[in-house]
Design a protein around this ligand. Structure first.
Ligand SMILES: Nc1ncnc2c1ncn2[C@@H]1O[C@H](COP(=O)(O)OP(=O)(O)OP(=O)(O)O)[C@@H](O)[C@H]1O
Length: 433
């Protein structure tokens, strides 16, 4: 029997109720002035959702903003009820869903720990036994007798996470809240979650926009799309598909993507484009094929000792690599006017996805450079990647050897002639004799 079962669950909200004050005032005004009052149809945050989870599974829930991720967690934590369908949860749930949820502002950290324990059905004796550990993990020793309303949101999350993960429970439900803490604390939470999962075999449901984190922690991932389950499968398959869909969305909106440039006024970037391996202008480059980046610039004055550089970054500004002309192209001076600079890239090693380009120019002694721009041009890398390459942004050109030889060259069974009976045995039989 599954530990969690979600059967045909639909959750409806009335859209107008989200901004209730504003909507009420607006409707009142319309009634007074004889205008039709806007009545909106109920909106389905979840639409006929079905899944079950076995004990010990670690399930990530991903999807775009408003896909229904938090709504599912709230239903499972019994914070809200489905409009139709049924949910069965067997076991004690420790939810960590909203910053400050379950904490009472006027009570101190100490009082909140006991209160939360009671809500989770934990005895006072157990809480007393775990108290120091909870406070130490949350790093709140100094503030434990301060009312929670004086805590920052990060401090509240630390306390909430520490309580939820210290008490005995069967199912841990964690929403995006972890992103609120500082990086060092996020790391600590991540390590604790790994420990709960790997050593204690706890059932965990995790909502996160941090797909890499989901991929690392989870054994299964559910992707939601407009309140429906779009995919349910292995982290690799579901996260890959999510990346592909996000890349497509980004690609579709890239024309309007803002560029970021900073120039001293000595140089202008006139044009920037790629040529593919067939010398065609394109924004679609092929993985593992040669390509060329063209930069057309205008020097507004004579420039001395010029170096060009460019790099690739992801659409969320993770810098991947840079290359500069310093060692290959010594430009002692560049006269005013237009110039064309070309950089040839051999066997583009970027894995399929959407990326963007940055470009910079330094001249003379100017420490900060005379031109720098990023997000200048989006491009897509397409192509088939060998199954040896699984994740990340680059494919290494690498080869495996077994005892100094390419594995493929060694026959599965190596025949040897037996010196006793003259028959051909495979190597292991021969060696045993
Ligand atoms: N209390 C509510 N009243 C009305 N609508 C709501 C309420 N809670 C959520 N919704 C709506 O339901 C939809 C799903 O919301 P939910 O918070 O589950 O999305 P999510 O996938 O967690 O999004 P995000 O990634 O932005 O946190 C959204 O359109 C949201 O506006």
């Amino acid at each position: 029997m599954s530990i969690i079962e979600v059967n045909h669950v639909t959750k409806e909200y009335k859209l107008g109720q989200i901004h209730s004050l504003k909507t009420t005032a607006l409707n009142q005004w319309r009634r007074l002035t004889g205008q039709p009052v806007e009545e909106r149809a109920p909106f389905k945050a979840l639409d006929d959702v079905n899944f079950s989870i076995e004990a010990g599974e670690v399930v990530g829930i991903i999807g775009h903003n408003g896909a229904g991720k938090s709504t599912i967690l709230k239903l499972l934590a019994n914070i809200s009820k489905p409009s139709s369908g049924s949910i069965s949860v067997k076991g004690k749930v420790a939810p960590l869903i909203e910053v400050g949820a379950g904490l009472i502002g006027d009570l101190t950290g100490r009082e909140n720990i006991y209160l939360n324990g009671a809500i989770l059905g934990i005895s006072k004796a157990e809480i007393t036994r775990k108290f120091d550990e909870i406070v130490a993990f949350a790093e709140l020793e100094e503030f434990i007798d301060t009312p929670i309303k004086r805590y920052s949101s990060g401090m509240q999350v630390r306390l909430g996470f520490s309580i939820a993960t210290s008490v005995e429970s069967d199912i841990l439900i964690v929403d995006e809240v972890l992103a609120v803490g500082d990086l060092a604390f996020q790391r600590k939470c991540f390590d604790r979650m790994e420990d709960l999962i790997k050593r204690q075999g706890k059932t965990v449901l995790l909502v996160s926009h941090n797909i890499r984190q989901v991929q690392r922690l989870c054994s299964r991932v559910i992707m939601l799309d407009h309140g429906r389950i779009n995919l349910d499968g292995t982290p690799q398959a579901v996260c890959d598909s999510f990346y592909e869909q996000s890349d497509e969305k980004i690609k579709a909106s890239t024309v309007l993507a803002p560029t970021r440039t900073d120039t001293s006024g000595e140089l202008e970037l006139m044009e920037l484009y790629f040529l593919d391996h067939d010398d065609q202008r394109t924004d679609r480059l092929s993985y593992n094929h040669d390509c060329v980046v063209h930069f057309r610039i205008r020097a507004l004055q004579r420039l001395d000792e010029v170096t060009f550089g460019f790099g690739f970054h992801t659409t969320d500004f993770l810098y991947l690599t840079t290359h500069n002309s310093e060692e290959q192209l010594h430009i002692s001076h560049l006269p005013p006017g237009e110039h064309e600079i070309v950089c040839k890239i051999a066997r583009l090693p970027l894995l399929p996805g959407v990326y963007s380009l940055r470009f910079g120019v330094t001249a003379g002694q100017a420490a900060g450079g005379i031109f720098y721009g990023e997000n200048l041009k989006h491009f897509q890398v397409v192509g088939d990647v060998p199954i040896t390459v699984r994740e990340g942004f680059f494919a290494l050109d690498a080869h495996w050897l077994l005892e100094g030889r390419e594995v493929a060259e060694i026959p599965a069974i190596s025949p040897n002639t037996c010196h006793i009976c003259n028959a051909v045995h495979n190597r292991s039989i021969f060696e045993e004799k």
